[in-house]
Design a protein around this ligand. Structure first.
Ligand SMILES: Cc1cc2nc3c(=O)[nH]c(=O)nc-3n(C[C@H](O)[C@H](O)[C@H](O)COP(=O)(O)OP(=O)(O)OC[C@H]3O[C@@H](n4cnc5c(N)ncnc54)[C@H](O)[C@@H]3O)c2cc1C
Length: 431
């Protein structure tokens, strides 16, 4: 990646100078005839891909407020958003920026900022979900490399990921939290088999991953050997924030990664696709409030007192949650000690409310599917996917535990295995 193509007039990013600078830059650089990959490269070179990241790797070290100004200008120009991949920019890059060596940051972050790299999170196992510290996938040292064997599951986007954030056991004699290491592993190798799983909404967004003597370099350990728990906490904190976060409206989104991403498509194709989706598609896990109101009118339920009451409740929940998130952002994530859990929990509840309200408005039409269904089945797809929001990124119950312990200062959950060597435990796949 080269240095920025424009001069930053105000690195702190306050006020209209930054907005004007970004507008000028867009004027000179945006062209719908560019490929998506070339547009993303320009954004990254100018430090506008993820403007809060450091200079030279896709950002320019801006504050949250200044970064919002950048996003607003991009949205106002209706260009393509910075690269979104399943977890590359939301989890992998922030974790590497927090804990990586300079060599790791320069090697792994720029391809994410340019949308060339796709990543997946290899944490959960058949016997280790909420109790993540009990992962049993083993990594054994072999010279400059580690040999990894085990099974992961529920790994979003693993079938199109080039790299994985892997949590593996490296010391059986240490207690469970102290014998894990965080590796950055290449997914394209013979020892890794990825099998997509089918969900009840017909989609296939996550996979099971079988690892059999796969290899990863010693230089791909993130943080310290056996210090993976601390690094995993960083990833999970970013995950709670990303699950509850919302992108700016108006920005067309393209998929990153060279396996099934949009990098080689013309930007104009993505803009056209996004315009089509805006007339019927639902981007997140919940129906936007305006769209819900339209639906009630369309199905002649807007005058029904019970529906009106639920619409008001839904609107209020969304509004309160967006204000809470703004307070969290203003407090730099230090409002309660468990801000991510609070936002994630609220978002998960809104998704369940969205499903119940949309299905009650649709009535019998809820049973239709595909092109016969209202909005070509989008409401069913999102509604049937809603239980996933209660589980992915940590279940609602686990978020409540975090809120109780870190937010309210309640006593920690009792545990009798914190100092027991892992090999003596009956946990995870050792059961
Ligand atoms: C949409 C989606 C995407 C996902 N993506 C990924 C991914 O990319 N990578 C990845 O590694 N994993 C991913 N996961 C897996 C996810 O992190 C786990 O499913 C989750 O942590 C729960 O673990 P589990 O399924 O083993 O359930 P369990 O941990 O077995 O929980 C079962 C039930 O027990 C409850 N429970 C467990 N412990 C406690 C406790 N201490 N107190 C109170 N209640 C408790 C839970 O709330 C739950 O209701 C994803 C899951 C979903 C649904």
């Amino acid at each position: 990646m080269t240095t920025t193509t424009t001069t930053t007039t105000e690195e702190s990013g306050q006020g209209s100078d930054l907005a004007g600078e970004v507008r000028d830059w867009i004027e000179r650089n945006w062209d719908p005839q560019l490929t998506v990959g070339e547009w993303w490269r320009r954004l990254a070179d100018a430090g506008l891909a993820y403007s809060m990241w450091p200079s030279g790797v896709g950002g320019r070290g801006l504050s949250a407020g200044a970064a919002r100004t950048v996003t607003e200008q991009l949205a106002a120009a209706r260009v393509i958003a910075p690269p979104v991949g399943h977890v590359a920019a939301t989890l992998a890059a922030p974790t590497i920026l927090d804990h990586g060596t300079a060599e790791q940051i320069n090697r792994f972050v720029p391809p994410i900022a340019c949308g060339q790299a796709s990543w997946c999170q290899l944490f959960s196992e058949p016997g280790s979900g909420s109790d993540l510290a009990s992962v049993g996938t083993r990594a054994v040292r072999d010279g400059d490399e580690w040999i990894v064997t085990g099974q992961k599951v529920w790994n979003s986007g693993a079938d199109s990921a080039q790299m994985g954030m892997l949590l593996a056991r490296t010391d059986l004699d240490a207690p469970k939290h102290r014998g894990m290491t965080y590796f950055l592993i290449d997914m394209d190798q013979p020892g890794i088999e990825v099998r997509p799983l089918r969900q009840m909404n017909g989609m296939s967004s996550f996979c099971e991953v079988f690892i059999s003597e796969a290899r990863v370099g010693h230089d791909c350990i993130l943080g310290e050997l056996n210090g993976g728990w601390r690094i995993a906490q960083t990833t999970l904190a970013h995950e709670r924030g990303s699950v509850s976060g919302r992108g700016a409206t108006g920005l067309a989104q393209a998929r990153s990664g060279t396996i099934s991403g949009d990098v080689s498509l013309a930007a104009s194709e993505i803009i056209a696709r996004s315009a089509r989706a805006r007339t019927g598609g639902i981007a997140g896990g919940a129906v936007p409030t305006k769209m819900m109101l339209e639906l009630a009118r369309q199905f002649e339920r807007a005058a029904d007192p019970v529906t009106r009451q639920e619409l008001a409740r839904y609107y209020t929940q969304n509004k309160v949650n967006s204000w809470t998130m703004r307070r969290v952002a203003a407090a730099k994530g230090r409002l309660t000690g468990a801000d991510g859990s609070m936002s994630k929990l609220a978002t998960s509840r809104i998704c369940q409310q969205s499903r119940d309200l949309a299905f009650s408005i649709l009535g019998a039409a809820t049973m239709l599917d595909g092109s016969d269904a209202p909005m070509r089945g989008d409401l069913q797809r999102v509604g049937l996917g809603s239980p996933g929001t209660r589980i992915g990124g940590g279940t609602d119950e686990v978020q409540l535990n975090v809120l109780g312990e870190r937010g309210l200062g309640l006593p920690r959950e009792p545990s009798d295995d914190a100092d027991t060597p892992y090999r003596e435990l009956r946990v995870g796949t050792q059961r």
